[in-house]
Design a protein around this ligand. Structure first.
Ligand code: CMP
Length: 140
């Protein structure tokens, strides 16, 4: 079993789409092993996305991610990282494949509804950013 981190972003939570998006995630076979509502501040959002700090969109991204609540979700499934990225689709909803979550719900490259870890190694780092091991349920 592999784990990945999803974040339902402020555009998702603020627009009351969290239930619909979680429904899509569970229907695709992912098991929720941790779930937490968080309000990031500029510092925590900036640290989470530190890898992008030289990118031109970084400041706007930090502002967006700290602008409202997020829901961090630790997910488990065989091949979770790759399967989750396939389920959510491309970063830019205009380029996301039909049937993906971003195609259906996202409005822009920045306001793209949901984050998904991009590698197994980063998934471990990102899950531990939001959850201690005691917060995660053993399911197997
Ligand atoms: P996410 O998958 O969470 O990873 C980094 C985030 O940065 C991405 O989703 C978007 O929200 C944002 N992002 C990536 N590329 C761009 C871009 N070109 N313009 C604006 N925001 C971007």
């Amino acid at each position: 079993m592999e784990r990945t981190l999803a974040i339902l972003k402020p555009d998702c939570v603020g627009a009351k789409k969290s239930g619909k998006v979680l429904d899509r995630i569970e229907a695709a076979g992912f098991r929720v092993v941790g779930l937490r509502m968080v309000r990031l501040n500029a510092q925590t959002a900036g640290t989470f996305y530190e890898v992008h700090k030289e990118r031109p969109f970084y400041q706007d991204l930090v502002e967006f991610m700290s602008g409202d609540r997020c829901i961090a979700v630790a997910l488990e499934k065989d091949n979770a990282v790759a399967d989750f990225r396939k389920l959510i689709g491309a970063t830019d909803p205009a380029e996301a494949a039909d049937g993906t979550i971003r195609k259906e719900f996202a409005t822009s490259k920045q306001n793209n509804i949901v984050h998904g870890s991009d590698s197994v190694e980063n998934a471990k780092i990102e899950i531990s950013f939001f959850f201690s091991s005691r917060d995660l349920v053993e399911t197997a």
